[in-house]
Design a protein around this ligand. Sequence first.
Ligand code: F0G
Length: 350
Amino acid sequence: MRQPLLERYRDRLPVGAETPVISLLEGFTPLVPLAGPSEARDRSVRIFAKYEGLNPTGSFKDRGMTMAVSKAAEHRSEAVAAASTGNTAASAAAYAARAGMKAIVVLPAGYVAAGKVAQSLVHGARIVQVNGNFDDALRLVRELSERYPVTLVNSVNPFRIQGQKTLAFEVVEELGRAPDYHALPVGNAGNITAHWMGYSELYADGTTDERPRMLGFQAAGAAPIVRGVPVEDPQTIATAIRIGRPASWEGARNARDESGGAIEAVTDEEILRAYHYLAHGEGLFVEPASAASLAGVWRWLRAGKIAEGSTVVLTLTGHGLKDPGTAEREVRLPEPAAPDIDAVAAAAGL
Ligand code: F0G
């Protein structure tokens, strides 16, 4: 039987006998080797995709949410709250439903992909849309959790980071070692912080001899860490990472500097090229933010900065079905054909 993440890694997580395990059987996502040719691919470099879209709510957030909601239940909390670009909201809503708690999610109005809003609604979250961006929503929900009896489950809650570090454990189990590079998109910067924590713990206890160089990629219109200053009006098609003041800025900087890695920006055009390649070239449907990881790795390959024979892991953070709006804008749906064989064959290009 498949185990809850908190059971599987109980000895590496802050889980006690008194912790009720609130689980939807998250984690254990496939590490898929990229197969097809792609323009910028050096054939001696092996690239693997950790397909986090296959988590119960369709994103990596479930790893952190099982931990945060279990701890909230242990502390007898009746409500959890999160600001979100969408995935945290969907995950909080689902795990709160599972725990019999209330979920309050504060969203930047007009900038959350349709699938994520639908999930939050149907799981029964109380949705508050604010006329502002994610950074405004996070400021407000932090204050809400100080004034009212609700547990904050954004990644500023340290249990979220603890849960999310398990991704590194799974990668090392699958590869039998740490990869040479680990690339992922960066928004609020909790995930890069968590990945680095996971690899560092395995390194510290001797499970691995090496740690990967961490490569974080922000969208060019929302790249505060790359620029070194907050971005007041972040903009990108990758709404999941449309963030101007990352809460875990320092964790991201540490991951970059301690690992000898980098945090760089990729343009929306590069993100969309990688989005289409993953879907059409590899059969992996991801949301735009997730594709930033491959877009960034392509840059590194083009620049010859990844040594021959290296192993690279990408975290594909969220499922493509989260964001049907982008798919519909990117690929035009043809007009309906008449219901006769000739029209259908012609429409099928046969
Ligand atoms: N990819 C996806 C699909 C995300 O939803 C997020 C963050 C990230 C990458 C970036 O991860 O914030 O840890 O650096 N989404 C948050 C949310 C902000 O509210 O769902 P990060």
